[in-house]
Design a protein around this ligand. Structure first.
Ligand SMILES: [Zn+2]
Length: 241
């Protein structure tokens, strides 16, 4: 989009938010004359990790042990703080997929400014199993991916990587059995579409890393020429510093 186009869009957005003041999408308080959809207080208090500005961060270090990835980061700490935990919950389970777009755009703008993700040429959301998709009606990671791709100026590929089956119950298995279980969880259809591409894999919350590891495994097995980076909206548990 041209600079004039961007300014015009910003003006329309700002005008819209002045006329239709729905309040801050995080805390709900009236925005008054503030611009955007998140109030200044919430913006200031947003629990960002800043992992995306460094090639040495806990998320990257974890996945590097599994595969030769290019970059990896998570945008927000998944804290017990009510507003932010609720935001992720609303995004995943309460139909508020627009939050995915909004936070995808915020994340994408920072990924762009970090400079480490500049040669990503395709954004791939972690797929939901079809049964889960039918139940929830949408995949929240697709909307995060849309927001990120828009800011990076690249496309989203929702079709190539797919989930063969739902996650098995993993509570009573040894780590090695778990790995066997997830190793054929995902596969790639039409792998030629991903050949030689730098793929940014996008997920909502990083908890154990098992799902993303299964995606990396499938991509490396089916498309050995692709390069892989990772972006998750939030990060929990052992990946926190
Ligand atoms: Zn707020």
């Amino acid at each position: 989009m041209s600079i004039v186009g961007k300014i015009l869009r910003r003006l329309v957005d700002d005008l819209g938010s002045l006329i239709y003041d729905d309040g801050c999408i995080i805390c709900g308080r009236s925005m008054g004359g503030e611009l955007g959809s998140i109030c200044l207080k919430c913006r200031f208090e947003m629990p960002t990790t800043r992992y995306l500005y460094s090639s040495n961060n806990p998320v990257k270090e974890h996945f590097e042990m599994i595969a030769p990835i290019v970059e990896a980061s998570s945008y927000l700490y998944f804290r017990t703080d009510d507003r932010w935990r609720k935001m992720i919950h609303r995004l995943k389970y309460q139909g508020e997929w627009r939050l995915g777009l909004t936070f995808g755009e915020l994340y994408g703008a920072e990924l762009k400014s970090s400079g480490l993700y500049n040669d990503v040429d395709l954004v791939v959301p972690v797929p939901l199993h079809v049964m889960k998709y039918l139940k929830r009606k949408y995949n929240q990671s697709e909307y995060i991916a849309e927001g990120i791709a828009k800011e990076l100026g690249v496309k989203v590929d929702r079709r190539s990587l797919y989930r063969r089956r739902n996650n098995p119950s993993q509570t009573r298995q040894h780590a090695s059995e778990r790995w066997l279980n997830v190793s054929d969880l995902f596969a790639v259809r039409n792998p030629e579409r991903l050949e030689n591409r730098h793929i940014l894999l996008v997920d909502d919350v990083l908890t154990t890393g098992a799902t993303l590891s299964a995606c990396i495994y499938a991509l490396q097995r089916d498309v050995p020429t692709c390069r892989i980076s990772i972006a998750t909206l939030a990060v929990a548990g052992k990946f926190k510093e």
